[in-house]
Design a protein around this ligand. Structure first.
Ligand SMILES: *Cc1c(COP(=O)(O)O)cnc(C)c1O
Length: 434
């Protein structure tokens, strides 16, 4: 996925108006006054729509690391998804949100390259389905679990991703079991009475269908190595979300068709039904989310105008990490008048770090954005902030975590209260003297 734009790029004709009154029918100014800023706001209807988009797949397994708020997990569960967990903490969240520990297909799967001690205890104790990303996981699980089904996550020897940091296959990736080691891993599993029932590949695919057919071919090869025990295959996550107007959306029908044909060839070879899973994170939640900030300063630095807002990379690190592009709009404090001149601005946050800029591209180059004229007290809304926003946020500079709101059927629910200063220092202590 292209994450670049040129300096001073102008919005094209299809770009939506960068003025906004409301989110999911609720005035932004009302949300900001009632709950404060910065606040993440999620539109439940968007998430439900995205789940429905994927109805052709037998199982939609939400990769909760994109956004693991309990209310989001509960929403996904109510709309029929299963859930993927990458840590003991995520398993505990899934259980707290009402997912059953066991079932068919497994409501919860644990996918990782290691077990830390907590996660190994938890999966053994609760009988959670495990997707092993290393030979050591097979040994550690087999020694304690007794007879169980497992999945293997395969690294097919090649990858794909929109940045070096998001590439999840090939020799430079730490993820999964190297494809040539599958036979040895099967042998290990057999010795420990584990039964490999699922194969999984998550290597990112973008909109590139030629690449995808290569992934499907690698899955078919891997299934041949494992044989008849396989009853489910997972296409992993990585479905892209267009971040700006005019960018191509993924052709979901073509995506499903390629996987479905691959599944049908596998079924023909094995002689039994095989379930097809997909494991999206970003796709389900990215567009549902908005980070509502307040402009606290408008500064002129030579030729550049800066809007400095009260959220920083402590709230949304994707721009500083990957140069990720997020749409932005202005919600005037007094309601949108529709008559604001546009200007070129740089948007930054409050942190004592020069990289705390929301309008940057990979490599840290500062860009400008065309936004309506705005002043202190107006709100700046950062869009597509539902995935890897709150989930990656930190307390850097001792900034409390933002509040989170879920809007469902026209009602606003506070689904995480803003962190307090007491929360921030809880658990710390000063050693006694003398
Ligand atoms: C991160 C991750 C996903 C989701 O990736 P998205 O790009 O958010 O769709 C799915 N599966 C696994 C194993 C992951 O680690």
């Amino acid at each position: 996925m292209a994450e670049r734009l040129s300096l001073g790029a102008m919005p094209n004709a299809t770009e939506p108006s960068p003025l906004r009154d409301e989110i999911a029918g609720i005035p932004v100014a009302r949300l900001a006054r009632e709950f404060g800023t910065p606040t993440f706001v999620y539109d439940a209807a968007r998430i439900v729509q995205r789940i429905r988009d994927l109805a052709a797949f037998d199982v939609v397994r939400y990769a909760q690391k994109a956004n693991s708020n309990l209310a989001i997990l509960d929403l996904c569960r109510r709309h029929g998804t299963r859930v993927d967990c990458v840590s003991a903490g995520e398993i505990s969240r899934a259980l707290a949100a009402g997912f059953q520990a066991q079932g068919a297909p497994p409501p919860i799967a644990y996918t990782a390259d290691i077990f830390d001690r907590e996660s190994l205890d938890l999966v053994v104790e609760r009988g959670i389905y495990v997707n092993c990303g290393s030979p050591d996981m097979i040994d550690q699980y087999g020694e304690r679990a007794g007879r169980r089904d497992i999945a293997l996550r395969i690294n097919p020897g090649f990858g794909h991703g929109h940045s070096q940091k998001t590439n999840t296959g090939g020799e430079q990736s730490k993820h999964g079991i190297w494809h040539e080691q599958v036979p040895a891993c099967l042998e290990r599993a057999r010795r420990l009475d584990l039964h490999v029932s699922g194969l999984h590949m998550h290597i990112g695919s973008g909109t590139d269908l030629a690449h995808l057919s290569k992934v499907c071919g690698a899955m078919e090869d891997a299934v041949r190595r494992v044989g008849t025990g396989i009853t489910s295959i997972s296409a992993g996550g990585g479905l892209p979300v267009p971040s700006r107007a005019g960018e191509p959306a993924i052709d979901l029908d073509a995506y499903f068709e390629l996987w479905n044909q691959s599944r049908q060839r596998i079924e023909a070879e094995l002689g039994h039904a095989v379930s097809l899973e997909i494991e999206p994170g970003r796709y389900l939640v990215a567009e549902s989310g908005y980070l509502v900030t307040e402009i606290r300063a408008v500064k002129q630095m030579g030729r550049n105008t800066f809007y400095i807002v009260d959220a920083g990379f402590n709230n949304l690190p994707r721009p500083i990490l990957y140069g990720a592009y997020h749409g932005m709009s202005i919600a005037p404090a007094a309601g949108a008048s529709r008559e604001r001149a546009l200007r070129e601005v740089v948007v930054g946050g409050p942190l004592c770090e020069s990289g705390d800029i929301f309008t940057q591209e990979e490599g840290g180059f500062v860009l400008t954005r065309t936004l309506p004229d705005a002043g202190v007290g107006d709100y700046l809304v950062i869009e597509q902030a539902g995935a890897y926003g709150f989930a990656m946020s930190s307390n850097y500079n001792s900034k409390p975590h933002a509040a989170e709101l879920l809007i469902e059927d026209g009602r606003v629910h506070l689904v995480r209260r803003r962190q307090s200063v007491e929360d921030l220092i809880r658990g710390e202590s000063i050693p006694p003297r003398g």
